[in-house]
Design a protein. Structure first.
Length: 311
């Protein structure tokens, strides 16, 4: 009986040790992936001057982020479950993003996450190299030519984009600027910058949460949401991760935060923050969290600190 109990205790200890080890490994893998994403986010080029969403056909669109000279920094290819028109008519179901960082290295990632609903898998593309990845259940192929052309093949159809000029073609037909779609309403141009930040942020109410999403037509996450608002109103790319954004201004208490300032949440002992929102006045914030962009009371949400943005 004693021997039997001893065996049980040993087995229990082994199981517990295995569980702890598995948890530690999972945590280590998560931290490693998060640190990698934060590193890439730091290398995002901050010279994006314009963005455009171009309708390719009734179920596909192309989102571009470009510099003043037309150089492409971000490409998003989006596929929709419902028919699309020139005006906003629904959100993408799947997408793939290609980014050129300020190191001139090119990376791609899809909507597939590696840790539950969080963290994506980055793939580096070298010139004269291609990569096949899954976008939802569909396999797609992306190649990077010696001349700086990105070619994406989806169900036998080809999208080509030149990273230097921004010239794009879909099935050998040039994608024209007049095919650009307008998201809900236009970016506000009248009023103070703070007022325009608030008005612009409210355009995105209801946009679904999509981790690492880069386009309001497909979905955004907390950091890409505030980044999109600042890009719309100020023309500044403030980065796509909270770990980058929290270094953009002066730290201040939440009670001192002004309209347009950013609010952050952080777990004790962690290197990076995990959530960001924007102050819109009257004790309220706007955030991309849960299902979609919505307005909350600051006191109820209890952010740890704020960043006074240098506008």
């Amino acid at each position: 009986m004693k021997k039997y109990n001893l065996v049980k205790l040993v087995l229990l200890a082994v199981i517990c040790a295995g569980g702890v080890l598995h948890t530690q490994l999972a945590k280590a893998n998560y931290n490693s992936a998060f640190n990698k994403e934060a590193y890439y986010a730091k290398l995002e080029n901050k010279d994006i001057a314009k963005t455009s969403d171009l309708l390719l056909d009734t179920h596909k669109s192309l989102f571009l982020g470009q510099t003043k000279a037309g150089k492409v920094r971000n490409i998003s290819f989006l596929v929709y479950p419902q028919k699309q028109t020139e005006r906003f008519s629904g959100y993408a179901h799947h997408w793939v993003n290609i980014r050129m960082l300020k190191t001139n290295k090119v990376y791609l990632y899809t909507d597939k996450t590696t840790h539950g609903n969080y963290l994506v898998q980055y793939y580096q593309l070298a010139k004269r190299q291609g990569k096949s990845v899954k976008m939802g259940a569909q396999k797609i192929h992306i190649s990077y030519s010696r001349y700086g052309n990105i070619t994406l093949t989806y169900k036998g159809k080809k999208l080509k984009a030149n990273l230097k000029s921004g010239q794009t073609t879909w099935e050998s037909n040039k994608v024209m600027p007049q095919s650009q779609r307008q998201f809900k309403s236009r970016v506000p141009k009248v009023g103070t910058q703070k007022a325009r930040l608030v008005k612009d942020a409210k355009r995105y109410l209801g946009v679904p949460y999509r981790y690492a999403g880069r386009d309001p037509f497909g979905g955004l996450d907390c950091a890409t949401f505030v980044n999109q608002v600042y890009l719309d109103v100020t023309g500044k790319d403030i980065g796509g991760m909270t770990g980058v954004q929290e270094r953009l201004g002066k730290h201040c208490r939440v009670s001192s935060a002004k309209v347009g300032d950013l609010l952050f949440w952080k777990i004790a002992g962690q290197k990076y923050t995990y959530h960001v929102a924007m102050v819109i006045g009257h004790g309220k914030l706007i955030e991309e969290a849960g299902d979609s962009v919505h307005i909350s009371n600051i006191k109820a949400r209890q952010p740890q600190f704020a960043i006074h943005m240098k506008n």
